[in-house]
Design a protein around this ligand. Structure first.
Ligand code: SP5
Ligand code: ZN
Length: 342
């Protein structure tokens, strides 16, 4: 399996994450990819290439222009305002406030264009997010050209990002870009399966009204887990998208016996949908020792999950999402790929 990866990810390395009322070193850190790269090489997955330049046109088609302009200029505007730290949101358009009027001031704009305040934006975040999208685009092009599968080693991740909001460590929705690219390249129906511990709210939001892209997510129940305000089982799509969204929220302590049942159900739904291409949002934060999650999957479970995904035989692009148990993120991520290839 070919791997697409850009060193440009390093340009996103915030120092601060707001966590429990303190600033901590972000869980989503550059060293995560070192562990994944190390494990890929250890296991003989050495066909690792840098993507070509990002194709902006699909990003402009997918995203809100004001949002893209914000991402590109936020750091400079923040500094011009005289703020000393990293760009962090503190003000949000909450219930019964104006949700269609982006403020001019950057302190307001950052909250307008975000869904959470744990994620800091820095000088270099935009370049890194574009490089992550470029890896996803290159992986999709490789599979569209006939390869059975590809792995986009994306960093920063993407599945929490909507067309107009960042948060949950995500800025551009890489998996959504891949799904859209498959549609453009002729696939009539595409499925996205999100196995990251967190609900893929951004991906769900992007495709919620569409019947051509099926979205399924296995995640910590919204009552208990970030992003808290989406991911319930009764969110099934709307309009043309009715029936093309499937959520599998699960409770704290969920282990592989229950989780794998949800995986099989999701895969059966994807098969029944008639998907011609598959996108996997590959987070491994369902791991038992993940520092910010509460499922109990063990390392071999990821191998088995990969096998189950692979048994469906669909052309597949994997986009890396979360996974914060730093010593195991490489093993767990690569286990899914190896299981898939079995
Ligand atoms: C891509 C992805 O996995 N994003 C996850 C975003 C999670 N955001 C909330 C993080 C909360 C961290 N604080 C929890 C402290 C537990 N000790
Ligand atoms: Zn996650």
């Amino acid at each position: 399996m070919k791997v697409f990866f850009s060193e440009e990810h390093r340009r996103h390395f915030p120092q601060a994450e707001l966590c429990g009322g303190e600033f901590v070193t972000p869980f989503e850190r550059p060293s995560r990819v070192e562990y994944v790269l190390g494990r890929l090489k250890e296991q003989g997955l050495t066909d690792i290439v840098a993507p070509g330049p990002v194709d902006m046109a699909p990003i402009r088609t997918l995203c809100d222009p004001g949002y893209l302009d914000f991402l590109e200029n936020a750091w400079d505007e923040w500094k011009a305002e005289g703020f000393a730290g990293e760009v962090i949101a503190a003000n949000f358009p909450a219930r019964r406030m104006q949700i269609s009027r982006p403020p001019r001031n950057i302190d307001g704009k950052v909250g307008y264009y975000s869904l959470a305040s744990e994620t800091a934006l820095t000088n270099g975040t935009w370049a890194a997010a574009l490089s992550s999208a470029a890896s996803a685009q290159a992986a999709q092009a490789h599979v569209a050209a006939g390869a059975k599968s590809a792995f986009a080693l994306c960093r920063p991740p993407g599945h929490h990002a909507t067309a107009d909001m960042f948060g949950g460590y995500c800025f551009l929705n890489n998996a959504a870009l891949v799904a859209e690219a498959f549609r453009r390249d002729g696939a009539g129906r595409v499925a996205i399966l999100d196995i990251d511990f967190h609900h893929g709210n951004g991906t769900q939001d992007i495709f919620y009204g569409r019947g051509d892209v099926f979205f399924a997510s296995l995640h910590g129940a919204p009552e208990d887990a970030f992003p808290y305000f989406l991911g319930y089982a009764d969110e099934t799509g709307i309009g043309a998208g009715e029936g093309a969204n499937a959520n599998y929220p699960m409770l704290p302590g969920t282990a592989y016996d229950v989780w794998s049942g949800a995986l099989d159900t999701a895969l059966a739904r994807i098969r029944a949908f008639g998907a011609e291409a598959l996108v996997i949002s590959l987070g491994t934060d369902a791991y038992k020792d993940d520092p910010i999650s509460f499922f109990k999957l063990d390392c071999p479970d990821f191998l088995d999950a990969g096998r189950r995904i692979g048994s469906h035989g669909l052309p597949t692009v994997f986009c890396m999402e979360g996974g914060y148990a730093i010593q195991q993120v490489g093993i767990n991520t690569v286990n899914v790929l190896e299981g898939f290839l079995d």
